[in-house]
Design a protein around this ligand. Structure first.
Ligand SMILES: Nc1nc2c(c(=O)[nH]1)N[C@H]1C(S)=C(S)[C@@H](COP(=O)(O)OP(=O)(O)OC[C@H]3O[C@@H](n4cnc5c(=O)[nH]c(N)nc54)[C@H](O)[C@@H]3O)O[C@H]1N2
Ligand SMILES: Nc1nc2c(c(=O)[nH]1)N[C@H]1C(S)=C(S)[C@@H](COP(=O)(O)OP(=O)(O)OC[C@H]3O[C@@H](n4cnc5c(=O)[nH]c(N)nc54)[C@H](O)[C@@H]3O)O[C@H]1N2
Ligand code: SF4
Ligand SMILES: [Mo]
Length: 706
């Protein structure tokens, strides 16, 4: 046996890959990671990890990950990327952006920010150092292919876009879950590491989990009860549940009554939404719907929660609003074992604005902004449609919208027509291959880490800060430093003042010292002493003080969702249409579009398959392993069929984030397991008309033998 190496070191670090923010113990020897394990002392994750945590090593060591800036060179029609120095990269970028702003106005600059920017707190604290110079109407992000409906429902009901009710699973006895698969996703808008153990504990104490999903998912298989539902029909089901509570005298907001307005108006508005109407369209029978309403009302502590499957569909915002109305009408909001609000150590409820909606609209399609961002489904047309305000330069940061937003093929073509594009990203992928310049940040393990976003959504109040695992390589820049460097170059070219580079951790230190635990002496120094994190206790009732409506009351009957009930009624006035509907699917070894370059995550059987019911396959002369041609209004592709009775007849499922088959991309392992992009089928015109959120679930498709 060899003695342990003298340069072996132990580091504590939260995993930044998904919303579960699991605590890790990472052992290194010199530049090498030799072990990654779950941190048993983390008060939130208690030692849990998933297979992706180990891939942090692969990500850090990946030879395809860019270590310095590159610029695009086109020669004889062939495109390649050449290394350049930071000075040239930053100067060229700043000059190009300023030049386009001067010639065409600020709206000619487009911005798209992707999901990992929320897992990397320096990108949140420092993006304004650049974006303050480009106050463009043309801002976009992954929010509008994701959680936009949650923000709207929270704004309408509670007065702040971040006041998310979090399922207190550890103390509930009835859990109604729609359109979420936390066993694969590890939870979303619900930071809940080791959800499997928590669901098992719920069942062991006699509680029940009821899952509503067009697929019998991993989560559904663990549940007490699972019901198939026709994609896109959940708002009818939720309205019928609410209808039943009122009709049978089961609605009782209990402790919430003293500060809740508008529930009577909601009762009148859902009177028309009977379980029988829902049954016609949902594929569930009326008796089952009534039973669910009664069980939920009878529970001591009940939760209704819905995620991607009910957010990214044609009635996303209405679904999220109705879900919270169910929690309110049963008196389960802000109660232990119900859906509760968190009190994070850095409290953004008091430091960021409440959010706004519809204050300006997109130029081409008249879609509403939320929080100064337009729906991502409108990005391509804002680039290609001539006229004042047309996007001519695009900044992307930590995003891959070509694979992640509806009609990605259309966006792919649009990006090729830009005058200038710059991407803040470690990879040359399907989106960044269009960039004139790519600015790669340090690897995640080379910068410190604080979960500014996810403590807000966690099942328990905890906090942790971690120092970098590795030193910053000579000459490299963190994401936040790139924002500062670019911002100051733009300032110099615009006659504006440069900004000082207060590092992100100092901003966090201030937030901690001014936050809700200030009296307990909360500070960065204190967190550094406990790198596994500090437990701040279970979620506590916080209403009505926590509300951010001006009158500190819950507003049940906001105008926008109330009016949208009429769209729901008219949409489902006709008999259901026949035909197949496409939905997505997540796997625990994948993460959106950027974790396919690591052998240990992609090895084994092909996961980019079209899942369909054997009956639907047989009707089309298809069988498992065969090749199917799938077509939608906007695109078509060919993919291998996988048959299973675990998917509802009439529904087909394809995961997103694949389609790594473009010539210039530099992700060798991903390219060897390319798959197809499901967002070449999703439709940029198929949206939740209320919120502008993309409806990537429930897309009408046809499937034929290829
Ligand atoms: N392993 C892994 N983990 C991840 C990610 C990942 O890609 N891979 N991504 C992360 C991100 S960015 C997010 S936002 C979260 C998402 O977290 P989740 O929302 O928990 O994950 P999904 O697997 O998208 O679950 C959506 C479910 O909705 C179902 N569904 C589809 N259409 C409908 C419908 O019309 N009605 C109903 N009731 N159900 C429907 C689908 O079958 C699916 O089971 O996961 C995060 N974690
Ligand atoms: N059909 C369908 N489409 C979907 C979904 C679905 O369920 N079905 N899910 C949607 C959801 S929930 C989401 S969140 C979006 C995701 O959409 P996006 O955020 O646009 O896409 P990602 O695949 O997360 O791409 C992340 C990019 O960030 C880069 N990156 C990773 N870490 C860092 C970092 O620290 N710094 C920087 N600068 N870059 C980094 C990666 O290289 C990659 O290019 O996709 C959405 N699209
Ligand atoms: S569950 Fe999420 S946070 Fe935890 S180890 Fe896996 S990827 Fe990382
Ligand atoms: Mo997401």
């Amino acid at each position: 046996m060899n003695a342990p190496s003298p340069d072996r070191r132990r580091h504590y670090r939260a995993c930044h890959l998904c919303e579960a923010i699991c605590g890790l113990v990472i052992d290194t020897e010199g530049d090498e990671i030799v072990a990654i394990r779950g941190d048993k002392d983390d008060p939130l994750s208690r030692g849990h990890i998933c297979p992706k945590a180990v891939a942090l090593k692969d990500l850090h060591e990946d030879p395809d990950r860019l270590r310095g800036p590159v610029k695009k060179v086109v020669e004889n029609g062939a495109t390649r990327f050449e290394p350049i120095g930071w000075e040239e990269a930053l100067d060229t970028t700043a000059r190009a952006l300023v030049d386009i702003r001067e010639r065409h106005g600020v709206n000619a600059i487009g911005i798209y920010m992707g999901n990992p920017s929320v897992h990397n707190y320096g990108m949140m604290t420092h993006q304004s150092q650049l974006f303050r110079h480009f106050r463009t109407d043309n801002r976009f992000s992954a929010t509008s292919v994701d959680q936009l409906p949650h923000h709207l429902a929270s704004m309408w009901l509670f007065g702040h876009k971040l006041l998310f009710p979090i399922p207190d699973i550890d103390r509930c006895d009835y859990f109604l879950m729609l359109g979420a698969n936390p066993l694969a996703s590890n939870g979303s808008i619900w930071t809940v590491p080791d959800v499997r153990k928590r669901i098992k504990a719920l069942k062991a104490r006699g509680g029940r989990l009821v899952v509503i999903d067009p697929r019998r998912t991993e989560t559904a298989q663990l549940a007490s009860e699972h019901h198939f539902i026709t994609p896109g029909s959940d708002a009818l089901l939720l309205a019928a549940l609410l209808h039943t509570l009122f009709e049978e005298g089961l609605a009782d907001p209990a402790h919430l009554t003293a500060y809740t307005d508008g529930l009577d108006a909601v009762r009148d508005a859902v009177a028309a939404f009977t379980p029988e109407l829902a049954a016609t369209h949902c594929g569930m029978d009326a008796a089952t719907i009534r039973d669910i309403a009664r069980d939920f009302a009878a529970a001591d502590a009940g939760i209704c929660y819905g995620r991607m499957g009910v957010s990214t569909q044609a009635f996303g915002a209405l679904c999220q609003w109705l879900i919270q109305l169910l929690n309110i009408a049963t008196g389960n909001l802000d109660k232990p074992g119900g859906s509760m609000f968190t009190l994070p150590a850095v409290d953004q409820i008091n430091t960021v604005g409440p959010g706004g909606f519809g204050r300006h609209r997109s130029r081409v399609r008249d879609l509403p902004e939320f929080d100064r961002e337009l729906p991502a489904a409108a990005l391509a047309e804002e680039i290609t449609t001539p006229g004042e305000g047309q996007i001519r330069a695009l900044f992307t940061g930590a995003g891959n919208p070509v694979l992640s937003t509806p009609n990605g093929a259309q966006l792919d073509a649009a990006l090729a027509s830009l005058d200038f594009m710059v991407s803040l990203d470690p990879y040359i992928n399907e989106t960044t291959r269009h960039a004139d310049i790519i600015l790669p940040p340090t690897s995640a393990l080379e910068h410190d880490h604080f979960d500014l976003a996810f403590h807000v959504n966690a099942v328990r109040n905890t906090v942790r800060f971690n120092d970098p695992v590795f030193d910053k390589p000579e000459g490299a820049l963190h994401d936040w430093e790139i924002f500062t460097e670019l911002g100051n170059r733009v300032a110099a070219l615009s006659g504006a003042e440069p900004q000082g580079a207060t590092p992100p951790h100092e901003i966090i230190d201030l937030g901690l010292q001014l936050g809700p635990y200030a009296d307990a002496g909360m500070s960065l120094a204190k967190l550094r002493e406990q790198p596994s994190g500090i437990d701040l206790g279970p979620l506590e009732p916080l209403l009505p003080e926590r509300l951010r409506t001006p009158e500190k009351r819950i507003r049940c009957a906001a105008l926008e969702p109330m009016a949208d009930l009429e769209r729901l009624r008219t949409t489902f006035a006709a008999a259901p249409e026949a035909g197949l509907r496409l939905i997505g699917r997540r796997h625990v070894r994948s993460n959106n579009s950027w974790m396919h370059n690591f052998h240990r995550l992609v090895k084994g059987r092909d996961r980019c398959t079209l899942l369909m019911h054997p009956r639907d396959a047989a009707q089309r002369g298809l069988e498992a392993g065969g090749s199917a041609r799938v077509a939608s209004r906007v695109g078509e592709l060919t993919v291998t069929v996988e048959c299973s009775e675990d998917i509802m007849p009439g529904v087909v499922s394809l995961p997103h984030g694949f389609g790594h088959n473009k010539p210039e991309i530099r992700m060798a392992t991903a390219a060897a397991n390319a798959g197809v992009s499901c967002n070449d089928l999703t439709d940029h015109e198929y949206l939740d008309a209320l919120s502008g959120n993309a409806a990537v679930n429930g897309v009408p498709v046809t499937v034929t033998a290829a």
